[in-house]
Ligand binder design. Sequence first.
Ligand SMILES: NC(=O)c1ccc[n+]([C@@H]2O[C@H](COP(=O)([O-])OP(=O)(O)OC[C@H]3O[C@@H](n4cnc5c(N)ncnc54)[C@H](OP(=O)(O)O)[C@@H]3O)[C@@H](O)[C@H]2O)c1
Length: 432
Amino acid sequence: MTGEEPLKIGIAGLGTVGSATLGYLMHENARIAARAGRALKVDAIVARDRTKDRGVDTAGLRWFDDPVALAKDDGIDIFLELIGGADGVAKAAVEAALTAGKPVVTANKALLAHHGAALSKLAEETPGASLHYEAAVAGGIPAVKALREGLAGNGVTRVSGILNGTCNYILTEMEETGAAFADVLLDAQKLGYAETDPTADVGGFDAAHKLAIMAAIAFGRQIDFAGVEIEGIENVSSEDIVAAGDMGYRIRLLGMAERTAEGVSQRLRPCLTPIDSPLGAIEGVTNAVMLEGDAIGTTVLTGPGAGGGPTASAVLADIVDVARGNTPPTFGIACNDLAPARSGLSIRDEGAFYLRVALEDRPGTLAEVAAALGEEGVSIHRMRQHEHTGNAAPVTIVTHTCDLAAIEKAKTRIAALPASVAPPVAMRIVES
Ligand SMILES: NC(=O)c1ccc[n+]([C@@H]2O[C@H](COP(=O)([O-])OP(=O)(O)OC[C@H]3O[C@@H](n4cnc5c(N)ncnc54)[C@H](OP(=O)(O)O)[C@@H]3O)[C@@H](O)[C@H]2O)c1
């Protein structure tokens, strides 16, 4: 270790991530400092409740009541924002630390997705400041470093992944137990896998934040959260999970950002993917990130996307980077050289689709569905009628490659058929 002054760390937020990070910095300090090449010292902390037990001895640390005051304090060299929230005190404190010329480490994907463009500009234009956020994408999986540093030489073609453990847990449980979405969500809430207000997770927003961050790095563009098309898992039914399984697929909430001839598409939605594909094989709360580039081909990273230890692992990696003086541009390319965001661009959504229709069980109805699809130029790759009781016959169809717009029009036609007994359901199929 050099005789250099220790890197003095200020931690804002001592919840799941902050207290785990503090614990490692206290108990594993020598090991981490050796990697950092510099002594590391936690100097000051802030949370709301000073009396709460954090599981770590905080006695010798300076306590602040205001995260912004800590962010500006001359006694710290690096500021960790582990509070959360796209706006409010987390944003104010990060801005204050960057303005004061300090490196900032954050796990806050919502903040990055909504304000990443302005914050990266502030970080890059302020001497001494830098912005680090490995923990904001897929928790413990080193996805940011893999993409920004490891694949820096690649022309990235596609970034995809399972980016929310709560959703993947719910879909896996629905598959294994046959239970409905609402019942599994309730159990997940009781077990602590889902928040009391589950909207950010099951509505797809949390995963969309991470997708927007990865797309900015992958395609050298300003972050464009408004340009992410988002659909959550609330409407995934057990009927669809069973029908998908019968055809060798699983339903997964996939985030996918792709370079196309028309621009970069960013989509987050439930898709069918083969059970034995890299993303289809992912079960439970595990996350996965699949990166595709011209030189590498495909690489897949899997691991825990949340939790104190895994997320602290990513925060600690960023602290080591700062101690080593390794501060690349926030999104891999200087922010003034990033391509502009292109929100509002309509990019063709092409591929094979899964379609489930429920029809009256009488002769000729399948022909009517086939005709409706034909009218919209959708051709059938395979079709299957499932065992049923009662008068509604469930039929699943896999189409050849076609446009989502054609599928939507075909759904409207099918829904209007006298034989149709429930609205048709369509989902994209992603083969790999
Ligand atoms: N949890 C995960 O697995 C995970 C994974 C990846 C990324 N993240 C991100 O990491 C960040 C932190 O998440 P978390 O799960 O650790 O959250 P958390 O458990 O809710 O902890 C939040 C912490 O912030 C403190 N805090 C809140 N408002 C404050 C205020 N106005 N002033 C001072 N302190 C305040 C709280 O203080 P008190 O403790 O005194 O209430 C608490 O210590 C979020 O951005 C989250 O998205 C979390």
